[in-house]
Design a protein around this ligand. Sequence first.
Ligand SMILES: Cc1ncc(COP(=O)(O)O)c(C=O)c1O
Length: 422
Amino acid sequence: MSASSSQTTTPLDAAAVKADFPLLQREVNGSPIVYLDSGATSQKPRQVLKVIDAYYHEINANVHRGAYHIAELATSAMEQARAKVQRFIAAPSSSEIIFTKNATEAINLVAHSWGRANLSEGDVVLITGLEHHANIVPWHQLAAERGVEVRWIPLTDDGRLDLHDLDSLLEGVRLVALSSASKVLGTLTPVRELADAAHAVGALCLVDASQSVPHLPTNVTEWDCDFVAFTGHKMCGPTGIGVLWGRSELLEAMPPFMGGGEMILDVTMEGFTPNELPWKFEAGTPPIAQIIGLGAAVDYLDSIGMDSVRAHEMALTDYALRTLADRHGDDLLVHGPSAVADRGGVLSMCYRDIHPHDLSQVLDQRGVCVRAGHHCAKPLMRLLGVGATTRASLYVYNDESDIDALSEALTEAGDFFAHQPA
Ligand SMILES: Cc1ncc(COP(=O)(O)O)c(C=O)c1O
């Protein structure tokens, strides 16, 4: 890859980046693959695949246990990955980086541990109309279990948070839990403003950063929030690894989430003493290869520079919005904010009256991979008044040719369905 190795806005060399991703060299249904589903999961560069492969070939051993050479190497590689993640999100300490299975588990960890220790009947958890089910259901579970109220920040017509009534929404709130970027509309949310508003009423703020950490520079210290959850597989890393960052004083006070293995300092017949942070929340053998793979993904994104990633995606989103509007006019509706500065590279579309599942199948005939459905955000679908959308989501390896291919495939799909009997 020939992109800049510093954190500057050096233009990203999309062709060189694309060449790093082996899967993007394949064909689907006789056409070169056009991968536009990175909101679901990103592809993996060979730099990450190589590190995972090397782990299994050269240093596979359980961590924090063996006193032999390869066990020490595996432990050291895993803890180095933790330090890389800490630096990547500007967290004050690596002991605040908790490895989980994914973002869903990270949010559930907070709900189970902090939520059950701190929330009781009548307390309010304030979430937003943009949330993924992973940041809704754990709070519904607390509502069912102990009478916590789940309250919603409404949306404006163009899919931004409607904060004009924020003061009254915040009454009785103990936790504000919001996503920093919507996986359906691309909307970027004002995290710092909401963290400040939460703190002003004595509440905490949890950020589901699954759709922003892969795409924008992240600084949890500047956000001044309390918990941040994200998932490795959307940021060039493997599946099976997620991250919870939390303020150490909160994590210290929280009870362990699961019991066994690494989360233990001592066990007697009468009880147990939990380990110190971060291992207190990492029960059992951790996903070692995945953690090391995530560290390699951080290295990869760092080598491009997150400012360059964001600049690339803004330019491509702008191109996509203009191109699709020019070529498809009123046949195509793209949901979400119109200003590129307010959104990430996620294009949720309704095309003519073609059902998203039908549309995505026809696009697939041209090798174009998009997501059709409710995107694990059913409350948002209801707010939009649709059952499903067709979503194209962009990442570092996409370029204008991918948008052109999408646009041509849409035209073909339109022609195809126009000639089907009603
Ligand atoms: C905003 C958001 N939160 C949470 C998740 C859940 O991620 P995972 O399935 O890796 O836990 C996703 C995945 O699509 C997401 O987009």
